[in-house]
Every structure is written in C-alpha cells, then in structure tokens.
Design a protein around this ligand. Structure first.
Ligand SMILES: [Cu+2]
Length: 135
C-alpha cells in the first residue's frame, strides 16, 4: 500500500514543476519594451513662463520632439492666458496664482502661443513661439 501514497505525493510535485517550466518559457511581451526607448531618449524640459502687460517671458520655448514639457505659468499683473492652438492648450492664470501643466511635444514645428483673454485690448499683442525640433 506504499505505492499509491507515493503517487499522491508525486503528482502535485509534478504539476508544480510543469507549471514552473511553463512560466519560464512564457513569451515576454515585447510591446512595452519596444515602445519605451523612444520616450527614454526624450527629456523632460521645464520652463517658467511669466505673463505681463503685454508680453511673455521668455518669448521663445525650444524643445525637441517627444520631450515632456512642463510649464509653470504665472502673471505679474492682470489675468492672462497661455494658449497654443496646435497643441490644444489654453491655460488661464490669475494674479497670485501659479498654474503648472505638462504636455508631450509630439508634433514638430513652430507653434505660436498667445493670450486669448479679451478683458484687456493689449493682450492681443502678447505673442510667443514654441519651437519643436524634429527628431
Ligand atoms: Cu493677457
């Protein structure tokens, strides 16, 4: 009567070994590792943009395509906005406030930014440019 007892022990162990073997040969997902290098090449770029009557400082933001761009926006006087149509960005900042936002500069090219608020006529002269250099 020893033999059946040994089988009862051996069976779970065999199943366990088979399961471990299957895990070892489980196909690795290449999708994630293939997509990562592109973004790893990209840098995070940080800018502080100050809006005031009637311009932005700085007026030009230079980044490379796929950079993660982080902008800290503030105003030195009245409310202003930082608007880039090409990236569908429109951020409003009030006095005493700081607005922080991020976007991936995935499209190369030159993108004007401006203040779209109409409270003050002078705001229409507020212009700048985001330049995204192609990879
Ligand atoms: Cu403005």
């Amino acid at each position: 009567m020893r033999f059946p007892h040994q089988i009862r022990l051996a069976l779970p162990i065999a199943i366990l070994l088979l399961a471990l073997g299957a895990l070892a040969f489980w196909p690795q997902s290449d999708a994630a590792s293939a997509a990562t290098p592109t973004l790893q090449d990209a840098a995070q770029r940080e800018f502080t943009v100050s809006a005031h009557k009637y311009s932005f400082t700085p007026q030009q933001l230079d980044v490379r395509q796929d950079d993660l761009v982080k902008i800290t926006l503030r105003t030195e006087d009245i409310a202003h906005s930082f608007t880039i149509d090409g990236y569908r960005i429109a951020k409003r900042v009030s006095p005493g406030q700081t607005v922080v936002f991020e976007f991936r500069a995935d499209q190369p090219g030159r993108f004007p930014f401006y203040c779209n608020l109409t409270i003050d006529d002078g705001c229409r002269t507020m212009r700048g440019e985001l330049i995204v250099k192609a990879k």
